[in-house]
Design a protein around this ligand. Sequence first.
Ligand code: HEM
Length: 81
Amino acid sequence: MTSQPDSPQRLSFERDVRPMFREKDHDSMLKAFDLWSYSDVRAHQDAILARLRNGTMPCDGAWPPEHVAVFEHWMADGSAP
Ligand code: HEM
């Protein structure tokens, strides 16, 4: 495993994942968790991925598969914030 933070194959929450969550997503979900918080998204990542995959979240339209793939990749490689 590499320790290089800028290694191109590793994804960053701040740079790659957080921008996919709109203000509407953030505000709508704040009662359950904070989609703009690394630690909250990590803590709820399985539930989030399940909803993204089955298309029931966001409530107003499923993500394109390539966005879901970015989230999945970020989850799998254990990247830091
Ligand atoms: C990418 C964006 C979003 C993600 C990843 C997401 C994820 C989730 C997850 C994981 C749950 C289950 C929470 C739990 O059971 O504790 C949930 C529930 C819910 N979300 Fe979202 N959400 C997103 C956007 C939105 C938006 C835009 C709305 C509506 C404006 C919304 C409305 C709701 C509501 C009403 C619930 C509770 C009812 C239910 O479980 O279906 N969410 N969401």
